[in-house]
Design a protein around this ligand. Structure first.
Ligand SMILES: Cc1ncc(COP(=O)(O)O)c(C=O)c1O
Length: 297
């Protein structure tokens, strides 16, 4: 699924460091850490009619990621929230919006890897765009298994939501070449980890399964789905899951702020039965949460 340019985003205002700029003037320095080493952390956040969805959890994860990366002079939570609200108000974005919020280690005195060269504080980027959910959630998506493994804590801990997305991008290229919508990434042991940009679930005999969050991003939507399942009496299990278990699933879907809940209809050429019963129940309760769990601004 290839996103297209939306003309409504042509003249948007983007927040960089400490103020708003028109889209074509919104830039970071060539000496910024994100340019030099992908040295940044980020959140993808959705805005619904009632406000910013799961804002506290996104700010928690952003702050935890920045702390784990030992960033210095991290802007306060209030500063980040104010910048987000200012950007949304400036663009009159009160629904159908996706925000890519990035915090880099900041500008360096000279090029180099050493974080001690970063003496100017972090760079905050708030890019809000008109963007309804990106996948075809009615018809679902097809996936193929990538040969690129998702990072385990042995490498770059996937619990840091960082901008070093090369392994996911390489996996996505494999999916593109194979004509699939997304890449399924495995962990070091060959168990399911996640898709290149979303978490994965499947349903078998009424029970919901998802991989442990050991080698995948502990997605905010993923956590919410597990909470929703519990609330409506659907048993859920986090476990090591093999490809064969996925192929034999009754239903499968992926989750993320960008696309919400997307059915998976085919995995490596195997049609997923897609009875949709449990998925439909989860979509229904998720929709209610998009009203309840929003912060107005
Ligand atoms: C690799 C990866 N997995 C899963 C997700 C979904 O996470 P969330 O539900 O917090 O949006 C994302 C979103 O950024 C992601 O980049």
């Amino acid at each position: 699924m290839l996103q297209e340019f939306n003309a409504k985003n042509e003249n948007i205002q983007v927040f960089v460091k400490d103020k708003l700029y028109p889209r074509n003037e919104a830039k970071v320095s060539v000496l910024d850490s994100v340019v030099q080493g992908g040295d940044a952390v980020w959140e993808g956040i959705r805005v619904y009619e009632k406000g910013v969805f799961m804002l506290d959890r996104h700010l928690d994860r952003l702050m935890d990621s920045a702390h784990a990366m030992a960033f210095e002079n991290i802007p306060s939570r209030e500063f980040v929230q104010d910048a987000l609200f200012e950007t949304l108000r400036a663009n009159h974005m009160f629904k159908d919006t996706h925000v890519r919020l990035t915090l880099t280690r900041g500008e360096k005195l000279t090029s180099g890897m050493d974080p001690r060269l970063n003496t100017l504080g972090c760079t905050l980027i708030v890019l809000a765009e008109w963007k309804p959910p990106v996948y075809d959630n009615n018809h679902g998506i097809s996936i193929v298994t990538s040969t690129i493994r998702r990072n385990s804590p042995n490498h770059v801990d996937s619990k840091i939501h960082h901008n070093n997305l090369i392994n996911n991008i390489l996996a996505k290229i494999q999916a593109n070449v194979a004509g699939a919508d997304a890449a399924l990434m495995l962990d070091d042991y060959g168990f399911l980890s996640e898709l290149n940009g979303t978490n994965i679930f499947h349903v078998k005999n009424g029970t919901l399964y998802t991989p442990h969050a050991d080698a995948c991003l502990p997605g905010i939507t993923r956590a919410l789905i597990l909470e929703c399942a519990n609330e409506i009496g659907i048993k859920s299990i986090e476990k090591n899951i093999s490809l064969t278990e996925l192929y034999a699933a009754d239903e499968a879907f992926c989750t993320g702020s960008m696309g919400e809940i997307t059915p998976i209809v085919n995995a490596d050429g195997r049609a997923i039965k897609n009875q949709k019963t449990t998925t439909a129940k989860l979509i229904e309760i998720f929709k209610k949460k998009t009203v309840e769990y929003c912060t107005a601004f």
